[in-house]
Design a protein around this ligand. Sequence first.
Ligand code: PBG
Length: 315
Amino acid sequence: MTGHIRVGTRGSALAMTQTTTVAERVSDLAGLPYDLVRVRTEGDVSKGSLSQIGGTGVFVAALRDALLEERCDIAVHSLKDLPTLPAPGLTVASVPEREDVRDALCARDGLTLATLPDGARVGTGSPRRAAQLRSARPGLEVVDIRGNVDTRLGRVAGLVIGAPGDLDAVVLAAAGLRRLGRQDAITELIDTDVMLPAPGQGALAVECRESEPTPELRGALADYDHLPTRLAVTAERAVLLQLEAGCAAPIGALAHLRGDELALEAVVCSLDGRSILRLTRSAPATDAVAAARLGLELAEELLAAGAADIAPLNS
Ligand SMILES: NCc1[nH]cc(CCC(=O)O)c1CC(=O)O
């Protein structure tokens, strides 16, 4: 480092707002200026479906390379896109306080899950969202889509000026819409009883080199870490890890602190939404080790209840 914190970022609008917010906080806490370093990832370049280009980690790998090659000092990821396996030489030094964890329905004409007509076309690229949508409303037609947030919103009539809109609704993370200032497009924040979010949804992760030598930067990242969020996402991600599941598997998990207890809920779905296995478990919220143990115990319960027969886990 040269006195400036070099912050790696993808070029998408969402990545840029997320990274800028984090960079300003870390820069304030460290008392050091920052520079943004643009990094292109395979996930931004390829137009294929996410499952086709290998899912896990496509958005993350290039940022990790940039860290390891010392082209930047920190990188900001959406935690739900971060593979469960840590990268050798790197560490998640900060998990800032989480945004809204919920999935959001963005529909034409103010429609909601309850009022969308049967046969309505709802876009999502996520097997987890598709399965839970089909379970809640078997009559909907789920359409596989991808692209950045604006592209997706543009497929719904009336949500983006000038975009024709061939869908009745799309489902996106509320956190991303808020960060982009597009919460006006949300017609329903979907209750987590209906749709459990992806592990880590709504949270960010700040990664740096394990050997980062600057005490100012190390201290700033530690101060920016939010323990309740870190414990929650640690438990959620341990479910995925223990199920040996990728980010494209139809699995949801959500933990939160309730007093001194960490309460964790997870769901495993069949792709058609007909079989849904949903379990809850809690444990004292002592530390990250206890949080991880809670996640892996819940995963073992899911496996014992037949999770591997219900869902394609390793997709
Ligand atoms: N996989 C795409 C992705 N990764 C992170 C977010 C934003 C929300 C978040 O931080 O969880 C999104 C968009 C979406 O799912 O709607």
